[in-house]
Design a protein around this ligand. Structure first.
Ligand SMILES: NC(=O)C1=CN([C@@H]2O[C@H](COP(=O)(O)OP(=O)(O)OC[C@H]3O[C@@H](n4cnc5c(N)ncnc54)[C@H](O)[C@@H]3O)[C@@H](O)[C@H]2O)C=CC1
Ligand SMILES: Nc1nc(O)c(N)c(N[C@@H]2O[C@H](COP(=O)(O)O)[C@@H](O)[C@H]2O)n1
Length: 221
């Protein structure tokens, strides 16, 4: 399995505003790059915080890219995965439509009534007691043939993936907005590290739109 975290941060390092509303940080060319990365992936992963904040669809937007996937014998869109301990994903969320297979990674904490409601719309994976055990959940995804994984956020999930040692690559677009706000989400929120900080090796720097795409490989820990 190869896990790429892709996100867009403002020049001051925020993924969205203190209201946790989705903000277009990427420009047109970066959104096209993101679409190509989605098209090259077997699955696109987000945390339930992102589903509740953004109601994302997480499909490939360019029809030519979808057609190419079909010609290659793959589904038109990559699978979508939500990390959602207690099954808070709304049953009318865009991510649960029939454009692609959706996996909901739950923990034992997810109530039976939520499981029953969501089972009509998604494949349910249970791993972990309170929070989702990401190592186990990702191992289950791999058993389903999902090898090329793209993670789009948000900051809570990205921190946990670094903590679990699951991230191979980070692609961070730094855009030309200042968002500010001490409580606005950043790339890696969660508890934060105080030691054993994950370290990165810079692989590429590209100017895109009015910002910079930084590509980092994650050092083994
Ligand atoms: N600019 C960008 O590229 C992106 C920005 N965003 C923004 O990020 C914000 C949402 O991010 P967050 O609130 O951080 O939520 P998140 O999307 O990271 O989801 C976190 C939630 O996932 C669940 N979860 C279950 N097991 C977990 C585990 N082991 N580790 C971590 N989480 C686990 C918990 O309910 C937790 O609250 C929104 O404002 C959204 O707009 C989201 C994606 C990309
Ligand atoms: N790459 C990138 N740049 C930005 O500026 C963004 N705001 C995001 N947000 C992510 O894209 C998701 C929306 O996807 P759909 O258009 O609904 O398919 C959103 O939920 C964030 O994960 N990404």
């Amino acid at each position: 399995m190869h896990v790429v975290v892709n996100a867009a941060a403002s020049a001051d390092g925020k993924l969205s505003s203190r209201r946790r509303e989705q903000i277009a940080i990427s420009g047109e060319a970066d959104f096209e790059r993101v679409d190509r990365l989605r098209a090259a992936s077997d699955a696109v992963v987000v945390g339930v915080g992102t589903v509740l904040a953004d109601d994302p669809h997480l499909t490939v937007k360019d029809e030519a890219l979808r057609s190419q996937r079909c010609e290659d014998g793959r589904p038109a869109n990559p699978a979508r995965v939500v990390v959602d301990s207690s099954g808070r994903t709304p049953t009318d969320a865009a991510i649960l439509d029939d454009a692609a297979t959706t996996y909901l990674c739950l923990s034992e904490e997810a109530p039976v009534d939520r499981r029953m409601a969501l089972a009509d719309h998604a494949e349910l994976v249970t791993a972990g007691d309170e929070r989702v055990d990401l190592l186990r959940a990702f191992a289950t995804l791999q058993e389903q043939g999902l090898e090329r994984i793209m993670v789009e956020g948000g900051g809570e999930l990205i921190f946990s993936l670094f903590e679990a040692g699951l991230v191979d690559e980070l692609r961070l677009f730094v855009g030309s907005k200042i968002i500010g706000g001490r409580d606005a989400p950043t790339l890696a929120d969660g508890e934060g590290f105080v030691a054993d900080f994950p370290t990165l090796e810079l692989a590429d720097v590209d100017r895109i739109d009015d910002g910079v795409l930084l590509t980092w490989r994650v050092d083994e820990r």
